[in-house]
Design a protein. Structure first.
Length: 126
């Protein structure tokens, strides 16, 4: 683990990870190899994002969340404090999944909320 520019920010990312301008990252969070956090994402303090994690715009991640390797967290996903996402999870949040019709607005996606701890998924009624 080689710290990158740790003196100018209170969180850490590996040299191969991308964190876009505008992303809000909490103190003590670690972002590992080949991960990408988009500019409209919010990540709480003390989180761990494993290797090859993707966090989209409009995602909210609480404090103390652990996300294992190869997880994709798409727009509309809310991970509450201390939630756990196991390896290779992908959140499917499209209301009507079809490859023929592209999704271009936030209205095309449903909110997916993961509560505290593992495997506590609940989707609010629409």
């Amino acid at each position: 683990m080689t710290p990158e520019n740790t003196q100018s920010r209170p969180w850490w990312k590996h040299d191969s990870a991308y964190v876009d301008d505008g992303a809000q990252i909490g103190d003590g969070t670690k972002i590992w190899h080949f991960s990408h956090v988009m500019g409209g994402a919010t990540i709480g303090e003390g989180c761990s994002l494993g290797q090859n994690v993707y966090v989209a715009n409009g995602v909210s991640i609480g404090k103390g969340v652990k996300i294992q390797n190869n997880v994709s967290v798409y727009e509309g996903v809310i991970l509450e404090d201390y939630a756990f996402c196991g390896p290779s999870m992908v959140f499917t949040n499209v209301r009507t999944p079809r490859s023929e019709f592209p999704r271009n607005t936030s209205a095309d996606y449903t909110v997916t909320r993961v509560g505290r701890g593992p495997a506590s998924v609940r989707t609010p009624p629409s």
